[in-house]
Design a protein around this ligand. Structure first.
Ligand SMILES: [Zn+2]
Length: 410
């Protein structure tokens, strides 16, 4: 038996239907299974919104122009003792979504100047569009932050839940963003030239120290002499692989990665203030990757740094984010949670996210052993964390989870 005070689930808007009756049926089924926290997706991967938004009316999914899902869901959740969290996909947008249609210049670009939709993954066109977190004015300040503010103004939510609060990972992680804005802003951010004397190299008076890099603190010009005339690909290569000193160590990737984590942190901060300004009782939460030190480098998501702007971390400790067998997963999961307690020390809460489908890697076509989920829940409970969040209620039928939960949580 696994004891948790927070027994959560992520759910998709389609599971709720678009009537009071269908919402009630969904919520009461969750309550009967012992669920007391629901993270409902209302800005999903297509970039469309599942409420009658007044800030971005063109992005509202047609079925929700006249049906206020978060309002109805909130009432039903309160009646059934379930805490409602609004789950949003942040930087991943549909190619046909309203934001990308209205502002294609807000999309991330690779070194060739292509948006993610024009690249390919596993032999297929990628289709989806990742938006640039840095550009101002851009997707962050013109699109996302107003969404967070509107939700906090309209609905009585326990938290607003970040997801995809990062750069892309399954596409080559180092290839974004090299949009026109980032090419200039990264240079300014890292101080690669002195704007009042842009052409002055500012060589050191004396190179008298044992290491070339020991002469860094006067901030010499870092950019190559011909920078202004270089094409995007050369600039991108320099920003990722170049050297602070001509002939020095290839260390500019440090500044590239720092720039990216700074952009993501900045959005965490701005969305936090937008929410708190509208309703200080609403918290910020986030689905984050299991190791913030590694995700900081690879996808700009060092969620340790979200601490001032996010109360609840829900690391996605999914089995497919770990190697090995099911038994090895259980060991690695427990080990990782102990590290996550330290990484989340400055946040209010650490709830562990698990995915149902990936537990059954050995049995893709079933039958699905009924002991796997209870064993995972028990292992998580043994670490003493207060909460677990399962991905997702839409998978519960297929894997027989509805039957198992009341006993597993008893
Ligand atoms: Zn950019």
């Amino acid at each position: 038996m696994a004891k948790f005070s927070i027994r959560g689930v992520w759910g998709g808007s389609a599971e709720c239907g678009v009537s009071r009756e269908s919402v009630t049926a969904y919520v009461s089924r969750l309550a009967d299974a012992g669920i007391n926290a629901l993270f409902m997706g209302i800005k999903e991967g297509d970039g469309l919104l599942c409420w009658p938004s007044e800030v971005h009316p063109a992005a509202v999914k047609p079925a929700y122009r006249d049906f206020d899902l978060p309002a109805v869901l909130g009432e039903e959740c309160r009646a059934h003792g379930i805490a409602l969290h609004a789950w949003l996909i942040d930087y991943y947008e549909g190619e046909l979504g309203a934001a990308n249609q209205a502002h294609p210049e807000w999309a991330m670009r690779d070194a060739a100047g292509r948006p993610t939709s024009e690249t390919s993954l596993r032999g297929q066109r990628y289709n989806a569009v990742w938006m640039c977190p840095a550009r101002r004015p851009g997707y962050t300040d013109q699109w996302l932050v107003p969404i967070y503010r509107e939700l906090a103004e309209r609905y009585d939510l326990v938290s607003i839940h970040h997801d995809y609060i990062r750069y892309p990972g399954d596409l080559a992680p180092d290839q974004y963003c090299f949009c026109d804005y980032c090419l200039e802003e990264m240079v300014r951010f890292a101080g690669y030239l002195n704007e009042s004397w842009p052409d002055e190299p500012f060589l050191h008076e004396l190179y008298d120290r044992p290491h070339l890099e020991s002469h860094w603190e006067q901030s010499p010009r870092v950019l190559p002499t011909a920078w202004k005339t270089w094409p995007r690909e050369w600039k991108a290569r320099f920003l990722l692989e170049g050297s602070f000193f001509q002939g020095g160590r290839e260390d500019l990737d440090y500044f590239f990665y720092t720039f990216r984590t700074q952009q993501i942190n900045r959005f965490a901060r701005e969305s936090y203030h937008a929410v708190k300004g509208a309703n200080p009782t609403i918290k910020l939460s986030g689905a984050v990757f299991k190791n913030p030190v590694q995700s900081g480098r690879f996808i700009g998501q060092d969620w340790r740094q979200f601490a001032p702007y996010m109360e609840i971390a829900v690391p996605m400790d999914y089995r497919d984010h770990f190697p090995g067998t099911f038994d090895q997963y259980l060991d690695l999961l427990a080990e990782t949670i102990e590290r996550q307690k330290q990484w989340s020390a400055d946040l209010e809460s650490l709830w562990i996210g698990i995915a149902i489908n990936f537990l059954f890697k050995e049995e893709p076509a079933g039958p699905f052993p009924p002991d796997k989920l209870p064993r995972v829940l028990e292992r998580i409970a043994s670490t003493g964390v207060e909460g677990v969040v399962m991905f997702s209620s839409g998978q519960f039928d297929r894997y027989g989870v509805w039957r198992q939960l009341p006993k597993a949580f008893a």
